[in-house]
Design a protein around this ligand. Structure first.
Ligand code: C5P
Length: 289
């Protein structure tokens, strides 16, 4: 039996995001294409001799029961019915309140890591069912890669993505709360009372499978941009710097305010990252994974 495992929690970006309705419980139906990127947190999970969940880590994030990583461990043991002691050390690199699913990625990594320590008790599909209870983006983060997600995010169809090149991520110093971004969207769309029927982003999906960045670019879309960009003017600045630096496309991710740019040319991507850092952004160079 393994005593310790290391897990990598990849951030996600949304290549497409359209909210299509609002449920009576306040959650939103959406259609989104999610993509894992190599910007990541690292987690080490170690078995402890006595029962209990110990979460360790540095930074501003509270390492208590409110942390999604802790919630994930509780949800895992509730499902297995066979809890064991675990110490989870979390090393954070993914910006928080950024629209990059950092908390969801950590939660998913905890589920995968506990499952490995537990002799792979659950299949990936079963782990996704546990993930659903923790947060809307957690099931995608369990699987990673590229996925067309529906429902509140938990209905996932894996997609092929042959785009190559680099991703630059930029974010200022003020985050955005996801529930607040959804409220702003509700206000702008009359609570989605007359939402148009759901559509599948077929052109984008075809261009991804062909690895054609130029064909894909016009079909990138994020409904949150229209409401979050006016609240966070730096979103426009980061997008402009990326486009001036040769990005095929630059767009806000999720509920923002992080911005990503796709670059066919890695040198251009590195230069754009440097230009963003010089302009005061937190900026990262990474790949789709
Ligand atoms: O599920 P998660 O904790 O990631 O969601 C954070 C918040 O975002 C929820 O409390 C909800 O307000 C909003 N949300 C939503 N519809 C979704 C996903 C999230 O309204 N599909």
């Amino acid at each position: 039996m393994q005593q310790a495992v290391k897990e990598t929690a990849f951030a996600k970006i949304n290549l497409y995001l359209e909210v299509t309705g609002k449920r009576p419980n306040g959650y939103h139906d959406l259609v989104t294409v999610m993509q894992s990127v190599s910007l990541c947190d690292s987690l080490m999970l170690r078995r402890l001799p006595q029962e209990g969940i110990v979460l360790l880590g540095e930074g501003t994030l509270p390492m208590d029961e409110s942390n999604l990583a802790h919630r994930a461990a509780r949800a895992y043991f509730a499902e297995s019915g066979a809890p064991f002691g675990v110490e989870i050390t979390l090393e954070k690199h993914i910006p928080m309140a950024a629209g990059m699913g950092g908390g969801s990625a950590d939660a998913a990594a905890v589920l995968r890591g506990l499952n490995r320590l537990d002799g792979n008790r659950f299949s990936a599909a079963e782990l996704c069912r546990v993930a659903e209870r923790i947060g809307a983006d957690v099931p995608f983060c369990v699987l990673g890669g590229t996925g067309l997600c529906r429902g509140i995010g938990e209905v996932i169809r894996p997609l092929e993505n042959r785009l190559s090149g680099s991703v630059v991520v930029a974010i200022g110093h003020a985050g955005v709360s996801t529930p607040e971004a959804f409220r702003a969207l509700d206000a702008a769309h009359n609570d989605f009372k007359n939402a148009p029927p759901e559509r599948t982003p077929k052109e984008l999906i075809a261009a991804l499978s062909m690895g054609d960045a130029k064909a894909a670019a016009p079909h990138f879309h994020n409904m949150f941009e229209a409401v979050v960009e006016p609240m966070r003017p730096e979103v426009t600045r980061w997008k402009d710097i990326m486009c001036a630096g040769g990005a095929d496309v630059a767009m806000m991710s999720g509920s923002g305010p992080s911005v990503f740019g796709l670059f066919s040319d890695t040198n251009a991507a590195a230069q754009a990252r440097d230009a963003l850092l010089a302009a005061g952004a937190r900026a990262f160079l990474c790949q789709m994974v």
